[in-house]
Design a protein around this ligand. Structure first.
Ligand SMILES: [Zn+2]
Length: 159
């Protein structure tokens, strides 16, 4: 089962692809729609989140220069290189935690028994999988199927 990591993030919409990567790794990660920088900064400060952005203006803010707020200024356009920068800067271990956080809505997942998901997953999944997690917000069910294997392969590249 996944572990929810201690670091928390808020991802600016100019580097939005990082959101799912970080959630796959078990990090509590908010996606910010990019409208109001002040709101993103206030949220990061109140919740102790690291800001990921390409916006050079944010890095110049006094809260950042004084070290009260951690911001990583992303330099590359390519999502995999962006992810590499985050991993290297924070020295993250690239442990995949696919059963920790909902990839869609950032909610911690809840364990479900096989019986509980019987009518919620395709029959072939029910027959072959024994471990399930459910998102309490969107009710998506997660299991170690082909999607999980694809995610593992992609994250392996960062190790
Ligand atoms: Zn969800």
């Amino acid at each position: 089962m996944g572990i929810i990591n201690n670091l928390k993030f808020i991802v600016d919409n100019n580097v939005g692809k990082l959101t799912k990567w970080l959630r796959m790794m078990g990090y509590d990660t908010l996606f910010f729609n990019g409208r109001d920088d002040a709101y993103m900064i206030a949220t990061a400060l109140a919740q102790g989140r690291v800001i990921l952005t390409k916006d050079t203006q944010i890095v110049r803010r006094r809260l950042v220069t004084k070290g009260q707020l951690k911001v990583i200024l992303i330099k590359n356009d390519e999502p995999e290189l962006q992810m590499r920068q985050v991993i290297d800067t924070l020295n993250l271990n690239c442990q995949l935690s696919p059963f920790a956080i909902c990839l869609e809505c950032n909610q911690p997942l809840v364990k479900r028994s096989k019986e509980q998901v019987k009518d919620l997953v395709p029959p072939y999944v029910f027959q072959t999988q024994s471990q399930y997690m459910e998102c309490p917000a969107c009710h998506r069910i997660y299991w170690r199927g082909t999607h999980w294997q694809a995610m593992t392969k992609r994250l392996d590249k960062f190790r």
